[in-house]
Write a protein that binds this ligand. Structure first.
Ligand SMILES: *[C@@H]1O[C@H](CO)[C@@H](O)[C@H](O)[C@H]1NC(C)=O
Ligand SMILES: *[C@@H]1O[C@H](CO)[C@@H](O)[C@H](O)[C@H]1NC(C)=O
Ligand SMILES: *[C@@H]1O[C@H](CO)[C@@H](O)[C@H](O)[C@H]1NC(C)=O
Ligand SMILES: *[C@@H]1O[C@H](CO)[C@@H](O)[C@H](O)[C@H]1NC(C)=O
Ligand SMILES: *[C@@H]1O[C@H](CO)[C@@H](O)[C@H](O)[C@H]1NC(C)=O
Ligand SMILES: *[C@@H]1O[C@H](CO)[C@@H](O)[C@H](O)[C@H]1NC(C)=O
Ligand SMILES: *[C@@H]1O[C@H](CO)[C@@H](O)[C@H](O)[C@H]1NC(C)=O
Ligand SMILES: *[C@@H]1O[C@H](CO)[C@@H](O)[C@H](O)[C@H]1NC(C)=O
Ligand SMILES: *[C@@H]1O[C@H](CO)[C@@H](O)[C@H](O)[C@H]1NC(C)=O
Ligand SMILES: *[C@@H]1O[C@H](CO)[C@@H](O)[C@H](O)[C@H]1NC(C)=O
Ligand SMILES: *[C@@H]1O[C@H](CO)[C@@H](O)[C@H](O)[C@H]1NC(C)=O
Ligand SMILES: *[C@@H]1O[C@H](CO)[C@@H](O)[C@H](O)[C@H]1NC(C)=O
Length: 854
């Protein structure tokens, strides 16, 4: 729609005029070179791409348009190589829009398990399901949003507002997905911390551009970029750039973030795709480091594209260098070979736009009637894993006098709240789960999939009570306070359910446009809790929430004996809950976010109304690295429950901390230069790329060909070629060898960052009478005046028998004890005293030791 250069120029002008944050240009776009364990895949990609024409390479990079194929994103085929285009499919918790798939627990629950093994197992199971449906790229996992603001609508799709917990879960999930032969996609890069204004105007407000997340260099490196670096180091094949701007430059056209940081410093060898509609320019984004545009059209189904024909034209008119398109194609194919897609591909056998068996292959155009859904059941035995993650992620927050576990001898059990029951309109009654009817087991938006079924708490608890010979009733009428009181007065055990939902900004649920409007429970669940507790002296509260909620108004009621957070557990919700309630599984989850006592405790908030007139809203990350527990610690605010907290049916003690410095080679900044940009193949004259005569053009479909050899006319861009002298940013066409980033040198950053500098060991004893899981957590104080009091650096989840002790040993790397130095543009270990803390939450750290590095 807009000429990239104009956008960039206008942005600079605004930035200068209004003193808004500004992102410096960084060119040229680094070319892949097969670093690290990418060498084989890179060579195969080079061999493949070397056989392609320009139009074929463009087909690899360009989406065919919204609803132009069977997946949520599709690229063109390469018939000469008998190669079908790529199939991109949501979501981070399963195969979106398909039938016979599993509904996995959300990312926030995976974080609550603190188990890399479960994260890996879930990644692999999801990867298998995508593979079985013919998907090439699963659009997940998520590290952006990280969770800066508790109301952030999509926080639950990701993991936790801590870069180390999230980074570990990112890496394990990616390894799982990619070991299953499917390319993972680390998203949304970066600063996508709220839904409001992520795409500019919304609801009653008109603004010129998307919100700008203004993030300083230290905060970027020490907080938001950290888990993305772990993703690169884990070998992730693709990244997705986000809708928002960063420093007033669109993420998908921000050369500093894509060229300098991601492909330079982090040495990312895979490819960057745009979020759906996050592309705002053709030439500009290509030069700034984007490699694939999704879904491919300028506006959904406009039939026009920034790339496709325009990318072919841009190469022919010399604005986008040939090597840049070669690099896009090589990066895309490298990811393909890296995960073994060449060995694991099956045809796409489902359709995103209908679940009918027969339909149109080109849904928007209404053409290509064929069998589009084979209804392949890809679920395998994943239900067991889902149930295990569900029970392993439950966080026991309060438990008075052993109220839990239930013994099975309860004679009269009551279940209360709409959140315990079914959605009366069906399990998938609301499109993209955009409602809050019945029990909450995932949030809403594109980060969802269809439930094959959903075991509700009501069903599972009822089955358990009947088996135990008790009485059971469930009042799931949320307004039925009178009915609830009557039943609660008769019950000896009352389980009250409440939830809080959120999701993606394109759906409004009860006035919440993605982000939550408040931090209280939904549907007045507090009233139901209070009413039941008034009648029942053993009231157990179960929460299905996307993040923290305010609980102080009811938590201390003497009849509320237990509180359990179950998060968004997916299809096996009720079964997983029953496992924990009855003690078949001893809860070992730890809260992956801090629960404040009042809204103001968190400091930062969503920008709900524009704050920059009709210009892009400005979201200044002035709190820096101080989000979630780092903020609570620094501001000395006592939370209800701190990050990392969770009870068990047993108790544990920690002793014998030993922090042993390890010799490590000195940190050496990466030096030297890359090779020159390679070219694979040869660009012919324009006539070679004119539409073939025999092609039947599908309506609104994006092709790589041009209408005629008149490039200007073929583009149809009113700003074509203007102004020719300044169109290409300085250095963008430079294909000469480039200096290696000193903090780079390998995927994930300088290998010296990952040298072990200390070993930490501790003895953990189960001091209770039942077996249980404990999560030892290592925090480090970096010691400087601008540092957080402590930051999480290592953790594990251990199963320990009663009376037994285990010695747990972990390591700290150089990165774990480093700060980002903005002057050196590298990581440094400062001279401030480093202190290591160990315990089982961010505020229960009984052991500490000073770390004197060798
Ligand atoms: C954004 O601006 C800040 C402040 O000038 C700077 O530290 C940071 O590096 C910039 N980040 C990007 C991505 O441009
Ligand atoms: C590009 O993809 C389209 C759609 O799959 C296909 O019809 C066309 O032949 C491809 N073009 C080239 C040059 O391979
Ligand atoms: C938008 O405007 C309508 C009509 O004035 C109003 O009812 C609605 O509450 C407004 N929405 C928001 C989010 O302000
Ligand atoms: C080329 O891109 C411009 C926007 O930059 C758009 O207006 C035009 O329609 C595109 N042309 C084609 C053939 O898609
Ligand atoms: C829910 O309870 C309220 C209050 O007693 C009552 O008015 C309403 O009819 C009940 N809803 C249904 C569906 O029975
Ligand atoms: C918070 O939002 C939820 C969902 O829209 C709503 O049910 C609840 O009443 C709100 N809480 C307050 C205190 O307004
Ligand atoms: C606690 O429950 C009992 C019924 O078991 C009730 O009599 C009492 O009033 C309740 N306490 C409060 C503070 O509501
Ligand atoms: C709850 O009330 C019952 C009956 O009044 C009593 O037997 C029981 O001990 C009480 N439980 C607690 C936890 O106070
Ligand atoms: C956490 O550690 C404390 C000691 O710091 C201990 O009292 C408590 O039992 C532990 N919690 C769990 C769930 O093991
Ligand atoms: C290219 O040709 C097609 C088919 O004739 C036409 O619909 C389209 O508008 C043309 N594009 C431009 C930019 O002229
Ligand atoms: C080259 O082609 C691109 C894509 O159509 C167009 O945006 C750009 O203005 C053209 N530049 C020149 C210098 O002709
Ligand atoms: C640490 O102290 C030494 C000696 O005072 C000094 O040379 C060095 O620059 C300091 N390093 C850092 C990272 O501050």
């Amino acid at each position: 729609m807009r000429n990239s250069w104009l956008v960039a120029l206008a942005t600079v002008a605004i930035a200068n005029a209004d003193n808004l944050a500004y992102s410096p240009p960084a060119y040229p776009a680094p070319w892949a070179n097969g670093q690290g364990d990418w060498a084989d895949a890179y060579q195969k990609a080079v061999d493949f791409v070397s056989q392609l024409t320009l139009a074929e390479k463009v087909n690899l990079t360009s989406g065919v348009g919204w609803e132009g194929g069977q997946c949520v994103g599709n690229t063109g085929d390469i018939p000469s190589q008998n190669f079908r285009g790529f199939c991109m499919q949501d979501s981070p918790l399963g195969v979106r829009f398909a039938d016979y798939v599993s509904a996995f627990p959300a990312g926030v629950n995976v974080a609550a398990t603190w188990s890399r093994d479960l994260a890996y197992a879930r990644g692999q199971a999801m990867g298998e399901e995508h593979r079985g449906k013919g998907v090439d790229i699963q659009l997940g996992p998520v590290a952006g949003p990280l969770g800066r603001i508790p109301e952030g609508g999509r926080n639950w799709e990701g993991f936790a507002p801590d870069p180390v917990l999230t980074g570990n879960m990112m890496a394990s999930t990616i390894e799982g997905i990619q070991d299953a032969g499917v390319i993972a996609c680390a998203k949304h890069y970066i600063g996508n911390e709220q839904e409001h204004f992520r795409q500019g105007s919304q609801q009653n407000y008109t603004v010129s551009d998307s919100i700008s997340s203004n993030i300083d260099d230290v905060t970027l490196h020490e907080l938001y970029l950290w888990p993305f670096a772990d993703a690169v180091r884990a070998g992730v094949g693709s990244f997705m750039c986000s809708y928002n701007q960063v420093n007033n430059s669109y993420s998908c056209g921000n050369s500093y973030l894509l060229n300098h940081v991601l492909k330079g410093e982090l040495d990312f060898q895979g490819f960057v795709m745009t979020d759906w509609g996050a592309q705002h320019s053709g030439v500009g984004d290509a030069l700034a480091g984007a490699d694939m545009d999704m879904p491919g059209d300028v506006a959904f189904d406009s039939g026009t594209a920034f790339w496709g024909s325009n990318l072919t034209i841009a190469v022919l008119n010399g604005t986008v260098p040939e090597w840049r398109v070669d690099d896009m194609a090589v990066r895309i194919m490298s990811a393909y070979f890296k995960v073994g897609r060449d060995r694991s591909r099956v045809p796409v056998n489902f359709d995103s736009w209908t679940q009918d068996t027969y339909g149109n292959e080109y849904y928007y155009a209404g053409e290509g009637w064929t069998k589009i859904n084979d209804h392949v059941d890809v679920r395998g035995d994943h239900a067991q894993l889902i149930r295990q993650i569900g029970s392993s992620s439950a966080v026991l927050l309060k438990n008075t006098n052993g109220a839990l576990p239930l013994t099975g001898k309860e004679r009269n059990v009551g279940v209360f709240g709409a959140d315990a029951g079914s959605n009366v309109n069906g399990v998938d009654g609301c499109a993209d789960r955009g409602c809050d009817d019945g029990t909450l087991a995932m949030g809403w938006g594109s980060g969802t999939d269809n439930f094959p079924y959903l075991v509700t708490p009501e069903q599972a608890i009822e089955a358990a009570v009947i088996q135990n010979g008790g009485l059971f009733t469930a009042v799931t009428n949320q307004s039925g306070i009178d009915f609830a009181q009557k039943a609660a007065a008769q019950a000896d055990t009352c389980l009250v359910f409440g939830n809080a939902d959120s999701g993606e900004g394109y759906i409004n649920v009860d006035g919440n446009v993605g982000d939550r409007n408040n931090l209280t429970l939904w549907q007045n669940a507090e009233a139901m809790i209070g009413a039941v507790a008034g009648e029942c002296n053993n009231t157990i509260v179960v929460l299905h929430t996307v993040g923290p909620v305010l609980v102080e108004s009811w938590l201390h009621h003497p009849n509320i004996t237990a509180v359990l957070w179950a998060g968004l557990p997916g299809q096996e919700s009720g079964n997983a809950l029953v496992d924990v309630l009855y003690g078949k599984v001893n809860p070992g989850g730890k809260t992956p976010f801090t629960w404040g006592k009042q809204r103001s405790d968190w400091g930062v908030d969503i920008i709900y109304t524009p704050n920059n007139g009709e210009g892009p809203p400005q979201q200044d990350f002035t709190e820096g690295i101080f989000i979630d527990y780092r903020h609570f610690d620094k501001a000395n605010v006592t939370p209800t429950w701190e990050f990392g907290y969770g009870l068990s049916y047993t108790t544990f003690s920690f002793s014998g901390l030993n922090v042993q410095p390890e010799p490590a080679a000195p940190y050496t900044p990466a030096t030297g230069k890359t090779g020159a940009a390679p070219k694979f193949g040869k660009v012919q004259g324009a006539s070679a790329y004119v539409y073939p005569d025999d092609i039947n053009r599908i309506e609104a479909f994006i092709y790589p060909w041009i209408n005629s050899t008149d490039l200007h006319a073929s583009s149809g861009d009113p700003n074509y070629g203007w102004p020719t002298d300044k169109y290409v940013p300085k250095g963008a066409q430079d294909h000469s060898p480039q200096r290696v980033h000193p903090a780079g040198g390998a995927p994930g950053g300088n290998p010296g960052l990952y040298d072990v500098v200390a070993t930490v060991s501790v003895d953990i004893t189960n001091t209770g009478s039942v077996a249980g899981d404990e999560v030892p957590q290592v925090y480090v104080s970096l010691g400087g005046p601008n540092d957080a009091p402590k930051v999480l650096r290592a953790f594990d989840r251990l199963t320990i028998q009663p009376g037994q002790s285990k010695t747990w040993t972990t390591t700290l790397t150089r990165r774990d004890v480093s700060n980002w130095d903005t002057v050196r543009q590298n990581w440094v270990v400062t001279n401030y005293t480093k202190t290591v803390y160990v315990g089982n939450s961010s505020r229960k750290l009984p052991l500490k030791a000073t770390l004197i590095l060798k």
